[in-house]
Design a protein around this ligand. Sequence first.
Ligand SMILES: Nc1nc2c(ncn2[C@@H]2O[C@H](COP(=O)(O)OP(=O)(O)OP(=O)(O)O)[C@@H](O)[C@H]2O)c(=O)[nH]1
Ligand SMILES: [Zn+2]
Length: 329
Amino acid sequence: MEGIVIKSRSGAYEVQVGNRCYTCTVRHHLIEEEKRRLDETKEMPYVELIAVGDRVRISTSTPTEGNGYIEACLPRETQFGRIRMDGWRQVIVANLEMLLIIFAARHPTLKLRMLDRFLVTAEASDVEPVICINKIDLAKLENVQRELKLYEELGYKVVYTSIVTGEGVDELRETMKDKISAIVGSSGVGKSSLLNALQPGLQLRTGEVDARIHKGRHTTTEVMLLPLEFGGFVADTPGIRTLGLLEVDDEQGLDIHFPEMRPYIPECKFAACTHQHEPECAVKSAVETGLINPLRYQSYLRISGFKEGRYERNSDKRRSDRNTRRRKR
Ligand SMILES: Nc1nc2c(ncn2[C@@H]2O[C@H](COP(=O)(O)OP(=O)(O)OP(=O)(O)O)[C@@H](O)[C@H]2O)c(=O)[nH]1
Ligand SMILES: [Zn+2]
Protein backbone atom coordinates (compact mmCIF):
# COMPACT_ATOMS: atom_id res chain seq x y z
CA MET A 1 0.00 0.00 0.00
CA GLU A 2 1.14 3.52 -0.66
CA GLY A 3 0.46 6.40 1.67
CA ILE A 4 1.70 9.70 2.97
CA VAL A 5 3.38 10.36 6.32
CA ILE A 6 1.26 12.90 8.15
CA LYS A 7 2.89 12.79 11.56
CA SER A 8 6.12 11.62 13.10
CA ARG A 9 6.94 11.07 16.72
CA SER A 10 10.05 9.39 18.11
CA GLY A 11 10.38 6.73 15.46
CA ALA A 12 6.66 6.10 14.92
CA TYR A 13 4.96 7.47 11.82
CA GLU A 14 1.31 8.03 11.08
CA VAL A 15 0.73 7.07 7.47
CA GLN A 16 -2.50 8.00 5.74
CA VAL A 17 -3.69 5.59 3.07
CA GLY A 18 -6.95 6.76 1.52
CA ASN A 19 -8.97 7.73 4.54
CA ARG A 20 -7.30 5.27 6.92
CA CYS A 21 -4.32 5.86 9.16
CA TYR A 22 -1.62 3.38 10.13
CA THR A 23 1.01 3.74 12.82
CA CYS A 24 4.23 2.51 11.26
CA THR A 25 7.84 1.91 12.14
CA VAL A 26 10.70 1.88 9.65
CA ARG A 27 11.96 -1.51 8.46
CA HIS A 28 15.51 -2.15 9.54
CA HIS A 29 16.71 -2.79 5.99
CA LEU A 30 15.88 0.82 5.06
CA ILE A 31 18.14 2.11 7.81
CA GLU A 32 20.93 -0.27 6.77
CA GLU A 33 20.63 0.78 3.12
CA GLU A 34 20.86 4.43 4.10
CA LYS A 35 24.00 3.72 6.17
CA ARG A 36 25.62 2.03 3.19
CA ARG A 37 24.63 4.89 0.91
CA LEU A 38 26.14 7.45 3.28
CA ASP A 39 29.35 5.43 3.53
CA GLU A 40 29.65 5.50 -0.23
CA THR A 41 28.61 9.06 -0.95
CA LYS A 42 30.10 10.65 2.21
CA GLU A 43 26.99 12.83 2.36
CA MET A 44 25.92 14.30 5.68
CA PRO A 45 23.18 12.20 7.30
CA TYR A 46 19.56 13.15 7.80
CA VAL A 47 18.37 13.78 11.34
CA GLU A 48 15.50 11.45 10.51
CA LEU A 49 15.29 9.17 7.54
CA ILE A 50 11.56 9.62 7.04
CA ALA A 51 9.91 13.03 7.18
CA VAL A 52 6.35 14.25 7.31
CA GLY A 53 5.15 14.56 3.72
CA ASP A 54 7.09 11.53 2.51
CA ARG A 55 5.24 9.16 0.24
CA VAL A 56 5.93 5.66 1.50
CA ARG A 57 5.11 2.05 0.76
CA ILE A 58 3.86 0.20 3.81
CA SER A 59 2.99 -3.34 4.75
CA THR A 60 0.68 -4.52 7.48
CA SER A 61 0.70 -7.97 9.00
CA THR A 62 -2.91 -7.75 10.09
CA PRO A 63 -4.64 -5.09 8.00
CA THR A 64 -7.52 -4.82 10.42
CA GLU A 65 -5.20 -3.41 13.05
CA GLY A 66 -3.78 0.02 12.51
CA ASN A 67 -0.09 -0.96 12.61
CA GLY A 68 2.43 -1.45 9.87
CA TYR A 69 5.96 -1.11 8.55
CA ILE A 70 7.45 1.43 6.19
CA GLU A 71 9.08 -0.71 3.50
CA ALA A 72 10.19 2.00 1.11
CA CYS A 73 10.29 5.76 0.78
CA LEU A 74 9.52 7.14 -2.67
CA PRO A 75 11.85 9.81 -4.11
CA ARG A 76 11.16 13.31 -2.81
CA GLU A 77 10.12 16.17 -5.05
CA THR A 78 11.26 18.82 -2.57
CA GLN A 79 12.90 18.97 0.84
CA PHE A 80 11.92 21.88 3.01
CA GLY A 81 14.28 22.10 5.94
CA ARG A 82 17.57 23.24 7.26
CA ILE A 83 21.15 22.24 7.79
CA ARG A 84 21.79 21.94 11.51
CA MET A 85 24.88 23.51 13.00
CA ASP A 86 26.51 20.06 13.13
CA GLY A 87 25.92 19.68 9.39
CA TRP A 88 23.15 17.11 9.63
CA ARG A 89 20.23 17.64 7.29
CA GLN A 90 16.86 18.14 8.89
CA VAL A 91 13.87 17.83 6.62
CA ILE A 92 10.89 19.58 8.16
CA VAL A 93 8.42 18.75 5.40
CA ALA A 94 9.11 16.55 2.40
CA ASN A 95 7.29 17.13 -0.89
CA LEU A 96 6.10 20.55 0.18
CA GLU A 97 4.60 22.22 -2.88
CA MET A 98 3.53 25.59 -1.66
CA LEU A 99 4.59 28.08 0.98
CA LEU A 100 1.67 30.29 1.84
CA ILE A 101 3.12 33.55 3.12
CA ILE A 102 0.52 35.50 5.04
CA PHE A 103 0.60 39.20 5.83
CA ALA A 104 -2.10 41.59 6.93
CA ALA A 105 -2.90 44.65 4.84
CA ARG A 106 -2.93 46.50 8.19
CA HIS A 107 -2.68 45.57 11.87
CA PRO A 108 0.05 44.44 11.92
CA THR A 109 1.72 46.55 9.22
CA LEU A 110 2.64 44.94 5.93
CA LYS A 111 6.40 44.30 6.06
CA LEU A 112 7.79 43.85 2.58
CA ARG A 113 11.37 43.28 3.71
CA MET A 114 10.15 40.35 5.76
CA LEU A 115 8.21 39.13 2.74
CA ASP A 116 11.50 39.10 0.83
CA ARG A 117 12.99 36.80 3.46
CA PHE A 118 10.11 34.37 3.20
CA LEU A 119 10.37 34.42 -0.59
CA VAL A 120 14.06 33.52 -0.41
CA THR A 121 13.22 30.65 1.92
CA ALA A 122 10.70 29.33 -0.60
CA GLU A 123 12.98 29.85 -3.62
CA ALA A 124 15.86 28.10 -1.87
CA SER A 125 13.74 25.03 -1.22
CA ASP A 126 12.16 25.00 -4.69
CA VAL A 127 8.75 25.46 -3.13
CA GLU A 128 6.26 27.72 -4.88
CA PRO A 129 5.55 30.79 -2.75
CA VAL A 130 2.05 32.26 -2.71
CA ILE A 131 1.56 35.63 -1.05
CA CYS A 132 -1.67 36.12 0.85
CA ILE A 133 -2.61 39.60 2.02
CA ASN A 134 -5.30 39.19 4.64
CA LYS A 135 -7.48 41.80 6.40
CA ILE A 136 -8.05 43.53 3.06
CA ASP A 137 -11.26 44.92 4.61
CA LEU A 138 -9.05 47.25 6.67
CA ALA A 139 -7.39 48.91 3.66
CA LYS A 140 -8.09 50.16 0.15
CA LEU A 141 -7.50 47.28 -2.26
CA GLU A 142 -5.93 49.53 -4.92
CA ASN A 143 -3.38 50.87 -2.45
CA VAL A 144 -2.33 47.43 -1.32
CA GLN A 145 -2.24 46.17 -4.90
CA ARG A 146 0.07 49.04 -5.78
CA GLU A 147 2.45 47.96 -3.01
CA LEU A 148 2.40 44.37 -4.23
CA LYS A 149 2.64 45.18 -7.94
CA LEU A 150 6.38 44.54 -7.97
CA TYR A 151 5.85 41.02 -6.66
CA GLU A 152 3.18 40.22 -9.22
CA GLU A 153 5.55 41.47 -11.91
CA LEU A 154 8.18 39.09 -10.57
CA GLY A 155 5.68 36.32 -11.21
CA TYR A 156 4.52 35.63 -7.67
CA LYS A 157 0.87 34.89 -7.09
CA VAL A 158 -0.86 37.27 -4.69
CA VAL A 159 -4.25 36.53 -3.11
CA TYR A 160 -6.15 39.23 -1.21
CA THR A 161 -8.40 37.91 1.55
CA SER A 162 -10.64 38.97 4.38
CA ILE A 163 -12.36 36.78 6.89
CA VAL A 164 -14.74 39.66 7.60
CA THR A 165 -16.09 39.96 4.04
CA GLY A 166 -15.11 36.45 2.92
CA GLU A 167 -13.28 37.94 -0.04
CA GLY A 168 -10.58 35.75 -1.57
CA VAL A 169 -11.29 32.73 0.62
CA ASP A 170 -12.55 30.67 -2.34
CA GLU A 171 -9.52 31.65 -4.37
CA LEU A 172 -7.24 30.60 -1.52
CA ARG A 173 -9.04 27.27 -1.24
CA GLU A 174 -8.62 26.76 -4.97
CA THR A 175 -4.91 27.60 -4.69
CA MET A 176 -4.33 25.09 -1.88
CA LYS A 177 -6.48 22.32 -3.32
CA ASP A 178 -4.70 18.97 -3.76
CA LYS A 179 -1.33 20.38 -2.68
CA ILE A 180 0.84 20.07 0.39
CA SER A 181 1.24 23.59 1.68
CA ALA A 182 2.73 25.23 4.74
CA ILE A 183 1.69 28.51 6.27
CA VAL A 184 4.06 31.17 7.55
CA GLY A 185 3.39 34.65 8.87
CA SER A 186 3.81 36.78 11.98
CA SER A 187 1.57 36.69 14.96
CA GLY A 188 -1.78 38.38 14.45
CA VAL A 189 -1.90 38.41 10.65
CA GLY A 190 -4.83 35.99 10.76
CA LYS A 191 -3.39 32.54 10.05
CA SER A 192 -5.77 30.75 12.41
CA SER A 193 -8.76 32.81 11.30
CA LEU A 194 -8.04 32.08 7.65
CA LEU A 195 -7.69 28.35 8.16
CA ASN A 196 -10.92 28.34 10.04
CA ALA A 197 -12.57 30.21 7.17
CA LEU A 198 -11.17 27.69 4.68
CA GLN A 199 -12.48 24.78 6.68
CA PRO A 200 -14.36 25.30 9.94
CA GLY A 201 -12.60 23.61 12.84
CA LEU A 202 -9.21 23.46 11.15
CA GLN A 203 -6.66 24.56 13.72
CA LEU A 204 -2.97 25.12 14.01
CA ARG A 205 -1.35 24.43 17.34
CA THR A 206 -0.17 27.44 19.28
CA GLY A 207 3.16 28.87 18.31
CA GLU A 208 4.71 28.90 21.78
CA VAL A 209 7.87 27.15 20.67
CA ASP A 210 8.75 29.99 18.30
CA ALA A 211 10.35 32.16 20.96
CA ARG A 212 12.53 29.35 22.20
CA ILE A 213 13.70 28.48 18.70
CA HIS A 214 14.76 32.05 18.11
CA LYS A 215 17.00 31.83 21.15
CA GLY A 216 18.57 28.77 19.63
CA ARG A 217 17.68 26.39 22.43
CA HIS A 218 17.15 22.79 21.50
CA THR A 219 13.51 22.15 20.80
CA THR A 220 11.85 19.39 18.95
CA THR A 221 9.08 20.79 16.86
CA GLU A 222 6.61 18.19 15.91
CA VAL A 223 5.32 18.74 12.40
CA MET A 224 1.93 17.48 11.28
CA LEU A 225 0.04 17.45 8.02
CA LEU A 226 -3.60 18.38 8.44
CA PRO A 227 -5.82 16.86 5.75
CA LEU A 228 -8.01 19.37 3.90
CA GLU A 229 -11.51 18.20 3.08
CA PHE A 230 -11.36 19.96 -0.30
CA GLY A 231 -8.17 18.03 -1.11
CA GLY A 232 -4.56 18.40 -0.06
CA PHE A 233 -2.79 18.98 3.21
CA VAL A 234 -1.62 21.93 5.20
CA ALA A 235 1.52 21.48 7.27
CA ASP A 236 1.35 22.63 10.83
CA THR A 237 4.93 23.61 11.57
CA PRO A 238 4.96 25.50 14.89
CA GLY A 239 8.70 26.15 14.82
CA ILE A 240 8.99 27.79 11.43
CA ARG A 241 5.75 29.68 11.23
CA THR A 242 7.14 33.08 12.09
CA LEU A 243 10.73 32.46 11.11
CA GLY A 244 11.94 34.74 8.36
CA LEU A 245 14.66 32.59 6.91
CA LEU A 246 15.59 28.99 7.34
CA GLU A 247 19.19 27.97 7.26
CA VAL A 248 18.73 26.51 3.85
CA ASP A 249 21.27 24.45 2.00
CA ASP A 250 22.34 27.43 0.09
CA GLU A 251 25.51 26.58 -1.69
CA GLN A 252 24.16 28.17 -4.83
CA GLY A 253 24.45 31.61 -3.30
CA LEU A 254 21.77 34.01 -2.27
CA ASP A 255 21.57 36.05 -5.47
CA ILE A 256 20.01 33.18 -7.42
CA HIS A 257 16.98 33.28 -5.12
CA PHE A 258 16.14 36.80 -6.29
CA PRO A 259 14.56 36.06 -9.69
CA GLU A 260 15.14 39.59 -10.98
CA MET A 261 18.90 39.26 -10.37
CA ARG A 262 19.31 36.02 -12.27
CA PRO A 263 19.80 37.51 -15.76
CA TYR A 264 22.53 39.86 -14.51
CA ILE A 265 24.60 37.47 -12.38
CA PRO A 266 26.59 36.00 -15.30
CA GLU A 267 27.38 39.54 -16.54
CA CYS A 268 29.32 40.53 -13.41
CA LYS A 269 33.07 40.90 -13.89
CA PHE A 270 33.90 38.51 -11.06
CA ALA A 271 32.45 35.03 -11.09
CA ALA A 272 32.01 35.04 -7.31
CA CYS A 273 30.64 38.60 -7.22
CA THR A 274 28.62 39.28 -4.08
CA HIS A 275 27.14 42.41 -5.74
CA GLN A 276 28.18 44.50 -2.78
CA HIS A 277 31.51 46.21 -3.33
CA GLU A 278 32.96 44.64 -6.47
CA PRO A 279 33.68 46.77 -9.55
CA GLU A 280 31.77 46.21 -12.80
CA CYS A 281 28.91 44.49 -11.06
CA ALA A 282 25.98 44.00 -13.44
CA VAL A 283 23.52 43.62 -10.58
CA LYS A 284 24.49 46.94 -9.02
CA SER A 285 24.27 48.63 -12.43
CA ALA A 286 20.79 47.21 -12.87
CA VAL A 287 19.82 48.66 -9.49
CA GLU A 288 21.24 52.04 -10.48
CA THR A 289 19.38 52.12 -13.79
CA GLY A 290 16.14 51.06 -12.12
CA LEU A 291 15.95 47.59 -13.68
CA ILE A 292 16.10 46.04 -10.22
CA ASN A 293 14.03 47.53 -7.44
CA PRO A 294 16.37 49.17 -4.88
CA LEU A 295 14.31 47.93 -1.93
CA ARG A 296 14.63 44.36 -3.10
CA TYR A 297 18.38 44.92 -3.49
CA GLN A 298 18.43 46.22 0.09
CA SER A 299 16.73 43.04 1.21
CA TYR A 300 19.39 41.06 -0.60
CA LEU A 301 22.12 42.98 1.23
CA ARG A 302 20.41 42.56 4.57
CA ILE A 303 19.84 38.87 4.16
CA SER A 304 23.42 38.22 3.09
CA GLY A 305 24.64 40.25 6.07
CA PHE A 306 22.43 38.30 8.40
CA LYS A 307 23.78 35.04 7.15
CA GLU A 308 27.41 36.05 7.25
CA GLY A 309 27.03 37.43 10.75
CA ARG A 310 25.32 34.42 12.14
CA TYR A 311 26.75 31.55 10.22
CA GLU A 312 30.13 32.87 9.30
CA ARG A 313 31.91 29.58 8.86
CA ASN A 314 29.13 28.12 6.81
CA SER A 315 29.01 31.11 4.51
CA ASP A 316 32.74 30.99 3.96
CA LYS A 317 32.49 27.38 3.01
CA ARG A 318 29.55 28.05 0.77
CA ARG A 319 31.32 30.88 -0.94
CA SER A 320 34.33 28.74 -1.75
CA ASP A 321 32.10 25.88 -2.95
CA ARG A 322 30.36 28.34 -5.13
CA ASN A 323 33.59 29.69 -6.57
CA THR A 324 34.65 26.23 -7.58
CA ARG A 325 31.27 25.60 -9.11
CA ARG A 326 31.18 28.83 -11.01
CA ARG A 327 34.65 28.40 -12.37
CA LYS A 328 33.51 25.17 -13.95
CA ARG A 329 31.01 26.98 -16.10
N1 LIG B 1 -10.56 42.96 10.18
C1 LIG B 1 -10.06 41.73 10.08
N2 LIG B 1 -9.58 41.10 11.18
C2 LIG B 1 -9.07 39.86 11.03
C3 LIG B 1 -9.02 39.20 9.78
N3 LIG B 1 -8.44 38.00 9.95
C4 LIG B 1 -8.14 37.90 11.25
N4 LIG B 1 -8.52 39.01 11.93
C5 LIG B 1 -8.35 39.29 13.36
O1 LIG B 1 -6.96 39.41 13.65
C6 LIG B 1 -6.66 38.88 14.93
C7 LIG B 1 -5.56 37.84 14.82
O2 LIG B 1 -6.03 36.73 14.07
P1 LIG B 1 -5.45 35.26 14.27
O3 LIG B 1 -6.15 34.38 13.31
O4 LIG B 1 -5.46 34.88 15.70
O5 LIG B 1 -3.94 35.50 13.83
P2 LIG B 1 -2.73 34.43 13.79
O6 LIG B 1 -1.90 34.80 12.63
O7 LIG B 1 -3.25 33.06 13.85
O8 LIG B 1 -1.97 34.81 15.12
P3 LIG B 1 -1.00 33.88 16.04
O9 LIG B 1 -1.81 32.72 16.51
O10 LIG B 1 -0.58 34.81 17.13
O11 LIG B 1 0.16 33.49 15.18
C8 LIG B 1 -7.96 38.30 15.48
O12 LIG B 1 -8.53 39.25 16.35
C9 LIG B 1 -8.83 38.14 14.23
O13 LIG B 1 -10.20 38.24 14.51
C10 LIG B 1 -9.55 39.90 8.63
O14 LIG B 1 -9.56 39.42 7.48
N5 LIG B 1 -10.04 41.16 8.84
ZN1 LIG C 1 27.80 41.52 -9.14
